[in-house]
Design a protein around this ligand. Sequence first.
Ligand SMILES: NC(=O)c1ccc[n+]([C@@H]2O[C@H](COP(=O)([O-])OP(=O)(O)OC[C@H]3O[C@@H](n4cnc5c(N)ncnc54)[C@H](O)[C@@H]3O)[C@@H](O)[C@H]2O)c1
Length: 445
Amino acid sequence: MRLAMIGSGYVGLVSGACFSEMGNRVICVDIDEKKVEKLRQGIVPIFEPGLDKMIKRNLEKGNIEFTTDIAYAVRNSDIIFIAVGTPQSEDGSADLNHVLKAAESIGQYMDHEMIVVDKSTVPVGTADKVRAVIERKLKERYPDGAPFGFDVVSNPEFLKEGDAIADFMKPDRVIVGANSEKSMRIMKELYRPFTLNHERFIAMDVRSAELTKYAANAMLATKISFINEISRIAEALGADINKVRIGIGSDRRIGYHFIYPGVGYGGSCFPKDVRALEKMALEADIEPEIIRAVQRVNHTQRYYFLNKIVSRFGDDLSQRVFAVWGLAFKPQTDDMREAPSITIINELTKRGATINAYDPEAMDNAKGFWLKGNDKVNYFDNKYDALNGADAMILITEWKEFRSPDFYEMKKRLKNPVIFDGRNQYNREFLKEFGFEYYQIGVRG
Ligand SMILES: NC(=O)c1ccc[n+]([C@@H]2O[C@H](COP(=O)([O-])OP(=O)(O)OC[C@H]3O[C@@H](n4cnc5c(N)ncnc54)[C@H](O)[C@@H]3O)[C@@H](O)[C@H]2O)c1
């Protein structure tokens, strides 16, 4: 099939690459000229395991191409995906400017029958808005009516950064909301290669598909905030959250996924999507009680962790140096959008601390954007070098390379053998025997 992706970020690139891998012809468009130029040379601007190889392979085969020319993409595709960002606007709702701009361009250049697919996470009712914008543009070009039709369908994306290729190639489910049978048939055919071994295509109406994405993210965020709240209760009551987690996870109705205590959720999706769902509920005169609480708990959890450090070292941290392991909002990505590390580091440096940071992939993003201007942060190419002379190590992102570090080396390099573990990665008893002062989430120190 002839496809186009408007927006070549995490979602547009991964979807575009995976569709091209199945033999489709894919045109990826972006307004960012530098990004497109790099992609043309096979240089992938984000870290996502396996993505660069897949893109290179399909560039060589001519299955995928990159352009800033949206007119070319619209005229040479039959299914066009809108995969641009939908950041949080000031009032908390999803900012649809990029989506509606993309819709405008589609209406401006469309010259044959097409399916327009909302892949971005968008509030319920957005497909209607996209349709109205395209219709308005077509009306300007064809006052007597366009000689072709188009349909707008919803196909929210569920990939996880860090595991995005696997998620797209072998999805748990593909959700498509369409109000026309023909579009549904075509979408099902497009996804057939990804759902061959058993049916995972779930068809529904457009509004339900739009809401499904928000409900899924809100549910996952709720699980995280729930276990984080329990972790604080556990610590206060002298219980061990690590044992409680296993105890409740063993109930199949609860399960082990997404109940790890930590420093709270971050990333490009959960915070903004939970907020946007709250906004959608309020606009529909529904009081979003759980959704509000989930966000409050998430905010508090970062400060609960920070307080462990401040309680140990005091509020004046001007003579203190902390090694921070992990900056990305989760392992296997360089994405730092809404990462807990940003809050924790800024709060520590505000109190005068110096930070020696290390992350396997996210340091360029930290230096170049998220922690730019914070001159109390130094960056190291090696996790052990970041420990030299530090008062404590603070683990924020649970990259695999942090799971079994050389504790002898750590002890040698640290000024004080103190670890604050924001992801409960280590064995408390073992570290205590080793002579470490070890603080975890949801366990008394
Ligand atoms: N990142 C994820 O893990 C994930 C997962 C599921 C869903 N989503 C949703 O998918 C959407 C995209 O997210 P993302 O993380 O890929 O965003 P992103 O910021 O990585 O990429 C968006 C891209 O769109 C480009 N763009 C903006 N306006 C454009 C226009 N008019 N024409 C062409 N290109 C344009 C930007 O330059 C950018 O490269 C969001 O709605 C997000 O909520 C993201």
